[in-house]
Design a protein. Structure first.
Length: 148
């Protein structure tokens, strides 16, 4: 049977191979983190807002105000891709390893390039950036940077 790993499990392996082994082999998971109820609520509100424009030709007002021209893309698999533990799945034929992860949204630009969107909420008053060490996995890098 092929092994499936989420993005967060791959990140766990990269940051702490021992914790990964405990989680995957010994079945001793890390203690759960705090529930992010506010973040989850913001995610759902944004999904609901952008779903109103999905598949249409009108740029959502929230994006237009920022000078962005992306459209919420329609895809028949989007509802499945949004589900935790299902998400988008890719199998590596050489290893039999399947990597998966849920997405928040899918947008498309005028050239037909699709963008996977991951909503994040914060209460910090400083400028919002992706420069903290823990945010490295949210930056495009390596072989997949810029791939549509």
């Amino acid at each position: 049977m092929a092994k499936s790993l989420s993005r967060s499990k791959v990140e766990l392996f990269l940051t702490c191979p021992r914790c990964f082994w405990l989680d995957q082999v010994a079945k001793v998971p890390r203690p759960p983190g705090f529930p992010f109820n506010l973040n989850n609520a913001v995610d759902q509100l944004l999904k609901n807002e952008f779903d109103q424009f999905r598949g249409g030709s009108a740029v959502p007002p929230r994006l237009a105000r920022e000078g962005l021209t992306y459209l919420p893309a329609y895809h028949p698999e989007l509802s499945a891709w949004r589900q935790n533990f299902k998400g988008v799945r890719v199998e590596d034929a050489a290893t039999g390893l399947t990597v998966f992860g849920a997405i928040d949204d899918l947008w498309v630009d005028a050239q037909g390039v699709h963008y996977v969107v991951d909503y994040k909420a914060t209460s910090k008053t400083d400028e919002v950036t992706l420069d903290a060490d823990w945010q490295i996995s949210y930056k495009p890098s390596g072989c997949c940077a810029g791939v549509a």
